[in-house]
Design a protein around this ligand. Structure first.
Ligand code: GDG
Length: 507
């Protein structure tokens, strides 16, 4: 680590406007060499009795980014996740945090509105009709500007900024204007749609130019990179290929960086005797069924939960499955609950589960065990260990980490994965039973095939999937993106931090 100048002045003539009227220019404390920016901070506030206060958000993504931030004098900028809350701590787990707050109105218009009712459905094959409101768009722009200003105040001269996901697509260009000296990376966790869908967006050109402010734009799959590059060439005057564009005299690299899970941590947990005993207990509690089928998803209409419930229901109806011998568990983690689409999805799902259990369940043997809650990660691992068949059937998904987590738990090469062709994970997990989630008969056939496959087929498929997953874990993903970002010609500061023989040429 190097020592920083503790004052950064906005470059003269940048034309930057601040939305905080009268606020001092960019005069924050010590600037960070690496800034991670995401809609959410890596901590969440808990009010549960006995567990009050700020807790780390779970997940491999947070761990992987946290380790890069710890190594590189880093800072994480994001929204604390609630409107009225006490200020989050200045640092947590060894990394500095900076909150960007949003008002109740902005929560409605920026978060629930433009991010989750315009962009989210549009980028997921328009499974629900996207809603377009000019007011939401204006608020999205304002909130993105607030993020850009917070970053501009916090990053060291020549520092590196890694922006995450669809809520912040305008930030790269806004930040480029405020801080032309910094290196900017952007990563999409969700798919980037083809032009037939993207062209619907009234603000399509603004979104593309917003993203083109970055030096490197990463996607889960090559198809996302190619969709983006084509659209940028068509609508913005950018030139180049699917891996590199030139726009307004700058070079922008574009590529696929498929995300993964913390393979070692999951494997360790899956070998933990206490978690294995819990998996056994779960199966015993269910009456040691012949087959345990499992679904684990955020409760989201893109995840295809109702499709798989329908497939299972039809198999119960035709006698292929019976509630006494085959049991399904569906975990639906609460998500975006104040949104009407999500409320409806929950209502429809719970009615479907109720109908299946009413029709095919027996006393002491419901056909589907349904949990609408966030489980401790260890309990999730116990469920992965207990399940014979994992059902992952999204209509569209950037990657889907649940599929990779399941695979990483099955070191004994048992367990079968039924996986949607439309999950990013399908391009790596070729040993899965791949299904079209719109094809109910196809899902039923895959469940039947998985139930009847012998140990050799199961082992071959699982070992193929494990090899593909182990090849690159979430730490490799973070390092891969950051080292690609270092190839940016003006990224000398980041390179100098890692290799002191390189001289930083930034201001
Ligand atoms: C977005 C993209 C992309 C789930 N239930 C519980 C729990 N989880 C954890 C899982 C997994 C994560 O949540 C879900 O990740 P997914 O990838 O499946 O889906 P999204 O939330 O939609 O994520 C997606 C991802 O970003 C990363 O780039 O793969 O395509 O949509 O890690 O383990 N964790 C705990 N309790 C639960 O009940 N602790």
């Amino acid at each position: 680590m190097t020592s920083q100048s503790n004052l950064y002045l906005l470059p003269a003539g940048s034309g930057a406007q601040t939305s905080d009227e009268g606020a001092a220019p960019w005069t924050d404390e010590q600037g960070a060499d690496l800034v991670v920016v995401a809609n959410r901070l890596p901590v969440r506030h808990s009010s549960s009795p006995g567990d009050e206060g700020w807790l780390p958000s779970p997940g491999g993504l947070v761990s992987a980014l946290t380790s890069s931030l710890q190594d590189l004098n880093g800072l994480w900028i994001g929204w604390p996740g609630a409107i009225d809350h006490e200020e989050p701590p200045e640092s947590y787990g060894g990394i500095r945090l900076k909150a960007v707050n949003i008002s109740a109105e902005e929560y409605e218009e920026f978060y629930l509105g433009f991010s989750n009712a315009t962009i989210w459905p549009l980028y997921h094959d328009a499974i629900r009709s996207p809603t377009y409101h000019r007011k939401w768009w204006h608020t999205y722009r304002n909130v993105n500007m607030r993020f850009a200003e917070a970053i501009a105040r916090s990053v060291a001269p020549g520092g590196t900024v890694w922006i995450h996901d669809y809520q912040l697509q305008l930030v790269p260009q806004m930040l480029r204007v405020l801080r032309p000296d910094v290196v900017i990376g952007f990563f999409f966790h969700i798919p980037f749609p083809p032009s037939e869908l993207f062209m619907q967006l009234p603000w399509r050109r603004e979104i593309l130019t917003g993203l083109l402010g970055a030096d490197l734009i990463g996607f889960q799959l090559h198809s996302g990179a190619s969709n983006f590059s084509r659209l940028a060439r068509r609508l913005t005057g950018a030139s180049g290929t699917d891996s590199g564009l030139t726009f307004e005299g700058r070079d922008i690299r574009v590529g696929a960086f498929p995300i993964s899970v913390d393979c070692r941590l999951i494997a360790e947990k899956a070998a933990d005797p206490a978690i294995r005993a819990r998996a056994k207990e779960i199966r015993e509690g269910l009456g040691n069924p012949e087959f345990l089928l499992l679904g684990v998803d955020r409760l989201d209409y893109t995840k295809g939960i109702q499709q798989r419930i329908k497939a299972v229901s039809e198999m119960l109806a035709d006698g292929t499955l019976s509630a006494e011998r085959q049991v399904m568990i569906q975990v639906a983690v609460p998500s975006r609950e104040s949104d009407a689409h999500y409320e409806q999805e929950r209502h429809d799902l719970e009615r479907a589960v109720g109908e299946v259990n009413g029709e095919y369940g027996l006393v002491g043997h419901p056909a589907i065990h349904y949990l609408h809650k966030n489980l401790p990660f260890d309990e999730l691992i116990a469920l992965y260990l207990a399940a014979d068949i994992m059902l992952v059937t999204p209509f569209r998904d950037g990657m889907n980490l649940v599929a990779k987590e399941y695979v990483m738990c099955r070191s004994d090469m048992t367990g079968k994965l039924i996986l949607s062709e439309f999950a990013g994970a399908a391009s790596e997990l070729r040993g899965a039973y791949l299904v079209n989630p719109h094809d109910l008969d196809g899902i039923k056939e895959a469940i039947l095939h998985a139930m009847n496959s012998g140990p050799k087929e199961t082992r071959d498929r699982m070992s193929r999937m494990r090899r593909a997953t182990i090849r690159r874990d979430v730490y490799d993903w973070a390092k891969g993106f950051l080292s690609a970002l270092q190839q940016t010609p003006h990224a000398t500061r980041l390179r100098a931090l890692e290799d002191p023989s390189i001289e930083s040429t930034t201001p």
